[in-house]
Design a protein around this ligand. Structure first.
Ligand SMILES: Cc1cc2nc3c(=O)[nH]c(=O)nc-3n(C[C@H](O)[C@H](O)[C@H](O)COP(=O)(O)O)c2cc1C
Length: 194
């Protein structure tokens, strides 16, 4: 059976660099037999911005945020996927605020007690798609990659990443980048066969 892949888009620009690259990754993954769902984190309706540290999820028996809004089901569904992909532009040397808000709600997927951490993400692989304007060394894209690496390592897994630096901000440019498209489609195929 084909892999189930969830891509979380974290850019406020609907047809921007990150969304375009994520679309190509989805295309490659679907071509290789995966089913892909794309969720636009920038357009989910939030009751709160990020996690409010209520620790309600730690009291609850469920692995689900107790704040009920459009993020709740998306995050709670992570264990159902073979691969969860975070797609974020680099904003001030880090993840976009839009995707960070959703990532912080992942606190609800863990139970922390007596020095032990329990979660249900053993079967999930994680990946990152990131785009930026600067080059590989100075843009902060390596920091974004490292952040996801740390999160995924904490879960007990490794991640794969597609980092696309040096992109101009003009919206019409990215669609013409056949070189980026090729890399993204290949990355999608790789995720489908992970
Ligand atoms: C608020 C903001 C902060 C940014 N910060 C960085 C940065 O720290 N490093 C970088 O290389 N590019 C930075 N950029 C450029 C974006 O990362 C780049 O244009 C990206 O491809 C935009 O993706 P999008 O079209 O999906 O929004 C920034 C852009 C914005 C709007």
């Amino acid at each position: 059976m084909g892999k189930k892949i969830l891509i979380i888009g974290g850019s406020p620009r609907k047809s921007g660099n990150t969304a375009t690259v994520a679309g190509w990754v989805a295309e490659g993954a679907e071509f290789a037999g995966a089913s892909v769902k794309i969720v636009d984190a920038a357009r989910l309706k939030y009751k709160i911005a990020g996690c409010c540290s209520c620790y309600g999820c730690q009291v609850s028996q469920q692995f689900r945020c107790v704040i009920l809004d459009e993020t709740t089901d998306v995050v709670a569904s992570f264990p159902e996927y073979d691969v969860v992909v975070f797609a974020s532009p680099v904003y001030f040397f880090g993840l976009s605020a839009q995707i960070k808000m959703l990532i912080d709600r992942m606190f609800s997927l863990f139970k922390f007690s007596d020095g032990k951490t329990i979660h249900k993400l053993q079967k999930v692989n994680f990946a990152l798609i990131s785009t930026c304007g600067g080059d590989l060394d100075d843009s902060g894209i390596a920091l974004v990659d490292d952040t996801i690496k740390k999160i995924v390592h904490f879960i007990g897994k490794t991640h794969q990443s597609l980092l696309i630096p040096s992109l101009p901000p003009a919206l019409e440019q990215i669609a013409k980048r056949e070189d980026v498209k090729e890399k993204a489609v290949e990355f999608g195929k790789k995720l489908a066969n992970w």
